[in-house]
Structure formats: structure tokens, C-alpha cells
Design a protein around this ligand. Sequence first.
Ligand code: NI
Length: 258
Amino acid sequence: MLIDSHAHLELSEFDGDIEGVIQRAKENGVGCIITVGLNLEDSRKVVALAERYDNIYASVGVHPHDAKSVDATTYDLLGKLSENDKVVAYGEIGLDFFRNRSPRDIQIKRFGEQLELAGELGLPVIIHDREAHREIVEMLKEWKGHSGGVIHCFSGDYDMARKCLDMGFYISMPGTITYRKSETLRDVVRRVLIDRLLVETDCPFLSPEPKRGKRNEPANVVYTARRIAQVKGLSFEDVARVTSENTRNVFRMKAAVL
Ligand code: NI
């Protein structure tokens, strides 16, 4: 059984197709999906999905793109939402210096605030890092309330991976590992122990080969796990078993439905 550790099933790309998505995931051995909030409104939607389906879990938080949407009530409301039993993480939070949809100084401020909030709530974090490797590592180092977490859709090199692992974080691999040009990412996978890796789709984005260009969905996490198995010289079953165990560990989902 596999776990898709990062999906966005609440987005409109999945309207009217959630049952189909879950069905196809099950047929492909993907027993559990963590769906991740991008802002307050979106976080409400992921919690509603998690309440409705046994094998969907939720994470709440404000993505760096939406950092400018945070107001005086946002964190209180997210804290309330996080009291739901199906909420297993805080995020996704972080920095995106590629698109810069919120100003960088606001992204940094909101990221710092949300790290502390996650620590207070006792939730592991899901980190988004795009073209901000150095700043992310620095801020994680300074995080006083460290409650663990994962660097999602990892895009750094082995040196950065090493720094994150040394701070106790897990690393999550997206479908981009199947792309021809992703040699740096495969180098990371080769050198990082399997017991620190998670797999994810980040669907509806980033479809792996051979589904590239189409809407992504949790069932496709099998392509990512298969490629990891190949790169590391492990069996598919071992990659599925260990990455699922890692996901349950980082998100403390001892009783997860699988
Ligand atoms: Ni995401």
C-alpha cells in the first residue's frame, strides 16, 4: 500500500470526480491521501473532504502565494480547524521566490509566524520551497517550536537534503523524479536513506511520466515509487511499505486507514 503524502483534491480540477479519484487510487494500491490546504478557504475544503472520506487526511495552512491574504483572524480560524482529528499537519507553508505572487518580505514574515503556530499546535509542517533553498534552511534552523515535518516536492540538491535531514525533516519526492532532466533529484534519492523519503503527487500538478501533460491524481504516485525503486535498487513493495511507514511516522497517523 502506498500513501500519497501531498495532494490538492479540493481544487476545481477534481470537481465531480472525487469518488473516481479514490477508486482509481485504491485500484493502484494507493490507500491513503493527504490533501493539503493553500489558504483559509481552501483549508476549510480539505477538512470537509477528510471528514467525508475515511482514507483522506488533511493539512491546513497558508501557502506562500497566499501570504498576503492573512489577516487578524486567519490564524485563530486555522487553529480551530486544526482541532479536527483528521488534520495531521500544518501547511503548506514556506517561500516561493520563483513566482513571487506575494511580496518576499511578507512571505518570510508569514512563514515565520506559521512555523511558530504549527509548533504551538504540536503539528508537523509541510514545507513549500521554490528557488528559496538558502532562506528555507536558515528559517528552519531558527525554528524554536520545531515539531517536525517534511520538505514537500523537494527540488534541492544532496547538500540541501543533508541539511534538512540533519534537522530531523523528511523529504518528499514528486513525479518530477521521472523526468529525463531530473538527474539532481535522482542523485538525492540515490544517496538519501529510504527511511527518510515520502512520495507524493502534488496533484492536479506535476504528472509523472508517462502521464505528463495530463491532470495528475493520487493513483499516479505508483510511477514515482517505481522510479525510486529503480534508482535505489529496491523492490517496489519495499518502497511502498517504507514510504508509507515514514508518512505515518512524520504525521503521527498511527491508526491511519489503509
Ligand atoms: Ni502542494
